[in-house]
Design a protein around this ligand. Sequence first.
Ligand SMILES: [Fe+2]
Length: 294
Amino acid sequence: MKRKIESLGRGSGKIIYSTNDCEDILSLSKAETLELFKSSGVVLFRGFGITPTYMESFSEKLNFRCTKNFSKESIDSFDFVNLVEEGMDAIPAHAEHASFSVIRPDVIWFGCKTPVQGGETLFWDGVQIWNEMSKNTKQLFIEKKVKMSIDNVPWNELNEWILGGETLEDCKQSLDNLADNFEGFSYHINEDSTILVQDITSAVVKTKNSNQDAFCNFVWVSHERGNEIFEDGSKLPEEVADELQKLYDKFAEEIPWQAGDLVMIDNSRFMHGRREFKDNRRLIYTLTSNLSLH
Ligand SMILES: [Fe+2]
């Protein structure tokens, strides 16, 4: 039976359907799935009855190595699958861990157990946002690097999730290594031994699968938090913020969740976020992964 594949939204995204009610997602062809992912950047798998365990197994089947996420509560025995951001507020467009770009994952996955009215997961094609941006705004982001940071990260969590050491000294050594090897990366240990991690980087990145320029970053979340944006300490000029707001409004795409859906997003090209919701039964879980070296 021929498999049904449809467009997801107005861009390159795709929905791939199971051929029957009990098809195992692990039976999908690895080569064809990866090809579809590389060309579309967002793939929704529907009708496969995905659970957190399946999400992990499928990611591994495609040769992605799951990564741990220190910022979210985990729900599986390996600590790979997490609940999404707490609360019911809208979350602005961002690429996952783009404020800590040395650990930016290649792929972010979302699985849906319980969809509710509202609370749609949103996504934006960073290539499209960049292409539609005015010449002046593009020039600004080409000329000025952005300064993204996350603060108050407990050092033991950094060790446990990312760095692999046991003591604060191990943590410091690993961070020194990162600072030596990644231009723009720096850190500061706060008085209470939590850590500020800072990254000075370009807001425009090359996509991993198509080598195109993409506006795929953490800028909009930082702006909404009232933070400084650029390396010189300046914030987004008002006219630039207005332009970005219009672009994000115009090009937002929605994932119309059904229970058992799985979505795979290229984190080097697409940003994600969500709409606000009122129903606390919503249950979406997430996983990040990198292309495996094996
Ligand atoms: Fe996120």
